[in-house]
Design a protein around this ligand. Sequence first.
Ligand code: G
Ligand code: G
Ligand code: NA
Length: 254
Amino acid sequence: HESLERIRYGLVRGEFVLYYQPKVNMHSGELIGVEALIRWQHPEQGLLSPDCFLPVIEHHPLGIQLGEWVIEAALGQVAAWQAEGLRVPVSVNIAANHLQRADFAERLYLLLSLHPGITPDMLQLEVLESSALADMNHVAETMATCTRMGVGFSLDDFGTGYSSLSYLKRLPAAELKIDRSFVRDMQHDADDLAILDGVLGLARAFRRRAVAEGVETEAHGELLLRLGCEYAQGYGIARPMPPESLPGWAASWR
Ligand code: G
Ligand code: G
Ligand code: NA
């Protein structure tokens, strides 16, 4: 793990970058969004994954600073793609303690106002469901405020947390991302298949968009389509890529 000071220095020096992984409609072939995934382009150690630095700053103000940097950089990238003629919404992962800050909605409004050319619906926030949100009423309120601004929410790794069903009922998230652990063995594991089918039914009943994570093979995609899940993300569709690769990928996909 890197030190807090080195991470702070890296942020000042502009060493962090975002990769983007496509999220598609497997039925129509449409690119429905991209998920921003942070990487550290470390001058000595090469490209570092978030596991090397996010845990270090998770409970530190620097984590909030980096979280805001991610939103700002993702919005800047959406504007750049838009100028090239590619209109694609971006999803950003938000740490629970960031979302739970009293000024979250206000700060988000400020970040959005820096990009007047981007409508708020071009931004979606992925909330990690497994990190128990301490004060659900407050979070629900924050999410409602942001939703009124036009920003969308997604419950990440859905099905793996402590209280998936309470979250589903109480949090205004238009999208559920079905955790990849249920997708991986669904062809061979009847329990996983049953969970997947159940979550898809819940998503329909609550009118939330279900997106399957971890779609690695054609067989995954075919079975998901048969189950009625057309939205997917995974290595079988595309790996996370640097932003300059996305327009070419989007043009050649399907
Ligand atoms: O892309 P990768 O496999 O390296 O991501 C590892 C983990 O780090 C994933 O759980 C992902 O959600 C998380 N992650 C990636 N980028 C960000 C980010 O910008 N902010 C936060 N909070 N988590 C991220
Ligand atoms: O949901 P979460 O934010 O944790 O997911 C992002 C992480 O999942 C990233 O680290 C990304 O690289 C990884 N990922 C994306 N697609 C796949 C896949 O098809 N298989 C596996 N094993 N990991 C994936
Ligand atoms: Na995510």
